[in-house]
Design a protein around this ligand. Structure first.
Ligand SMILES: *Cc1c(COP(=O)(O)O)cnc(C)c1O
Length: 492
């Protein structure tokens, strides 16, 4: 069942297992399933399902070469013990919106929902080969920990994470260097995130290294959101959110909801779009950016232009100028034309820029772009806290601010779900100083205690345990030595 095809060449087709192992297509394109619109979901049936049952049901439509038993085992291993809430992704009514809390996993960010399941899917796919996989990940902070936690002690897979030494938050640092597990390695590098990313890419593209690894039975793979195995688990919670609202009578059959998504690499919002393609009644998909508003400008003008200054913000997981997953949307609005998609992606790598045709632009009506400045984001955290007592993290606050402006401007009364992508505990300093300037200058762990007092929400286990956990990974290397460290680990 080779039903996944490359966005850059329709002749490159693979099974979903192979797509997950490959990460991306050898031609540089991303894997897509062109038949999403033909899928029929039984929503009244899903209303009666638990999160895990819903996950198996959705996955069985999207990963067609896995057996039902395989999917059940993957889902059980991923979600049985790692989330602190029974519902996995609970929904809370806050003021006039529904907040979909995606951050109750082992590292307190939404990436956990997919990064607990991807390793299981990958491990299962490896069983039909004789290979082992080595995951290489460059991280600016969040992805690294979520990937370490998800891949920890998974059979036949090893993981190496590279983070920019002294350039991650105190909590992110402690989360990574205290990671347990026999198959995990964590390295600081003397450089920034781009250096880490370039070092990893160079290893992926090194043919000699690949041959030496192959001789030892290893292949590289990716835990990045370009991997379809990270995208598919995210479709699940949009379906889940809709069916909870339907099941509780909050929305009537067929009544649309809007989703607001704080966006960086365009993975999370694309999953919401896929849920819509599969028949979930969705009104607008509201794409919220921080000051790196390349996507806002794209929806506004039809021009994607990354040639601009990179801004460091208080929502660092959205500080991105190349939103990789947008390629999958481009492919769709180009009428599934691989040549046209390739042309635009080539323009992006050559000039950092491409322009949609009028026909393509006309197909973006499902989306609304918005952005929030640093001041607006901080003000939104305070506004929501003062009005409701609910404390949201900086990324969620970007989405909330964008939604408020959208609603004021359009008067759209459609019921709306905000994807809440991180626990406020993960960004305690920015969150607390937004609520009250008196917290400025206090250390991260002291602020965690203060946050617990003001929010009345207990400190997540994941944050509590890193306070005293021993440091297990203290290696820091030069950027130029990244490959050497990998070769040493593999005994090459
Ligand atoms: C990764 C991340 C995002 C951005 O998600 P994309 O899928 O890259 O658009 C938003 N918020 C948080 C907290 C994240 O970690």
């Amino acid at each position: 069942m080779n039903d996944y095809i490359s966005t850059r060449d329709a002749h490159q087709s693979v099974s979903s297992k192979q797509a997950i192992l490959n990460g991306m297509s050898p031609d540089g394109g991303l894997y897509v399933l062109p038949t999403l619109d033909q899928i029929h979901l039984d929503l009244s049936l899903i209303c009666t399902m638990s999160y895990k049952e819903n996950a198996v049901y959705i996955l069985s439509h999207l990963l067609t070469d896995y057996t039902k038993e395989e999917l059940e085992a993957c889902v059980e291993n991923a979600y049985a013990n790692s989330f602190s809430k029974q519902e996995i992704t609970p929904i809370k009514k806050v003021d006039d919106v529904y907040v979909l809390e995606l951050f109750h996993g082992p590292t307190c960010a939404f990436k956990d929902v997919a990064l607990t399941l991807l390793p299981q899917l990958m491990s299962c796919a490896l069983k039909s080969t004789s290979q082992k996989a080595l995951i290489l990940t460059a991280t600016s902070g969040d992805t690294g920990k979520a990937a370490l936690s998800g891949f920890c002690d998974v059979e036949n897979i090893g993981i190496n994470v590279f983070y920019p030494y002294k350039k991650v938050s105190a909590i992110q640092y402690r989360q990574m260097v205290t990671q347990k597990g026999k198959n995990v390695n964590v390295f600081g590098i003397q450089g920034n995130f781009d250096d880490a990313q370039s070092g990893v890419k160079a290893m992926f593209n090194n043919k000699e290294l690949a041959a030496a690894m192959d001789a030892k039975g290893y292949q590289f793979s990716s835990a990045n959101s370009i991997n379809i195995g990270r995208l598919v688990p995210q479709v699940v919670y949009y379906v889940y959110a809709y069916t909870r609202l339907l099941g509780s009578g909050t929305v009537a059959e067929g009544e649309p909801v809007n989703f607001v998504v704080p966006t960086g690499n365009f993975g999370n919002i694309l999953a919401a779009f896929y849920a819509k393609n599969m028949g979930i009644p969705v009104g607008k998909l509201i794409c919220a950016s921080n000051e790196n508003k390349v996507l806002y400008d794209f929806f506004d003008t039809g021009i994607y232009d990354r040639n601009r200054e990179f801004v460091l913000t208080s929502s660092p997981s959205m500080d991105i100028l190349i939103s990789s997953n947008l390629e999958r949307l481009i492919y769709r609005i180009a009428g599934e034309d691989a040549a046209k998609t390739k042309e635009m992606m080539d323009a992006l790598s050559a000039d950092g820029k491409y322009t949609l045709t009028e026909e393509m632009k006309a197909q973006l009506a499902d989306f609304v772009g918005g952005w929030a400045s640093e001041e607006k984001t901080a003000a939104e955290i305070k506004r929501v806290y003062d009005a409701t007592g609910y404390v949201m993290d900086t990324h969620t606050a970007v989405a909330s601010a964008v939604y408020k402006e959208y609603k004021d401007r359009t008067g759209d009364e459609t019921k709306t779900v905000i994807a809440s992508t991180a626990s406020p505990y993960k960004f305690a300093t920015s969150v607390m100083t937004a609520i009250d300037a008196k917290y400025e200058g206090m250390d991260d762990f002291a602020l965690i205690d203060e946050l617990s007092k003001v929010s009345g929400v207990s400190i997540p286990q994941a944050v509590e345990e890193i306070r005293s956990a021993p440091v297990l990974h203290d290696t820091v290397c030069e950027t130029a030595d990244m490959q050497k460290t990998v070769e040493t680990i593999l005994g090459l």
